[in-house]
Design a protein around this ligand. Sequence first.
Ligand SMILES: [Zn+2]
Ligand SMILES: [Zn+2]
Length: 352
Amino acid sequence: MSWGNGSKNSGLDPWKVLGISEDSDIASIKRAYRRLVRTCHPDLFPHDPVRSRRFFQITEAYKKISSLLLVNASVLEPDNEDDYDAVSFSMSGDGYSFLYIEVSMEDAFWGKRVSVALQGPEAKCPSCDGLGYKWHGERPLCPVCGGKGYKEYALKNAPIRIMCKTCSATGFSNQIKCRLCMGRGYIKREREVFIRLPRGIMPGTTLRIDTIDGLDINSTFIEVGIRLPDGWKFEGYDIVSKLRLDLWDALLGAKINIMTIDGPYLLRIPPGTNYGQVFIIEERGWIKRDGTRGDHKIEIELALPKTPPPPHVRAMLKRLREIWPVEAVEGRSGFMIEALPLPDSSMFLSQV
Ligand SMILES: [Zn+2]
Ligand SMILES: [Zn+2]
């Protein structure tokens, strides 16, 4: 899908579409564009063809105006975190590219400036001067196409041209494919830009960066993945991890240091803790936009001893079973734990 050339909206006055005057500066153009896009973005209003058409018109107009301004290649620096509206928008076409980056849990939680390699504009390959092929020494005319690079056929009076395979359409034989551009004749330069991940970004969030290269405006959609410690997962803003207890700790209770985002937490396991039980440490989960926190949930698993009990222990266990006949339980139950006060905000600041 693309909204490229031949769009039926191309006759619209881009300035009118964005509702701005022709002498607006780039900042007000950006502002107008963002404001309007929020009223009709397909992510916000799915299955709404009217708004969808409007979205395309606005985007077209923005691209057109940007190209008229002939701004030198520069990253449109987002002015505030608001610019990182999460969008998950899958569409490919001219001027769009998609990237996936993965960041550590700490960086995602605290927010961080990260560098991203964006695809720059296409440029003529400097190694082959845009031909895609090179010659060592002699450069004889292609005997098959006579130097035209194509063969022409007349098909029902309509001439069709077929690329000459012998000379790879260069018109000369003995060609060697250019190793730099792999025969394409152009290369895409990578450009490093810095983006700021907002604190508490969620996995799967897609950030958008607009870059202007001469006449083109390019949007890069960057999907952010988060590397969690082994066995951790997200449940909304809650973090879920598992804790495997041995038989004695489960039966007799224990104090066990578990890991949370904020560091180690001493979890008190009461006697008779069972498989599948969930301990909830409040406000130790992921951080929300308003600064409050989700919970950290700890799911209990049980591990029996690795080796079978030796004969004398087995005899004691049999005796125990007579003293304490137990019934297996099913289902889950939860324990709520009120976490210790959060570290004060200076700790937050020191990590940013
Ligand atoms: Zn080349
Ligand atoms: Zn040829």
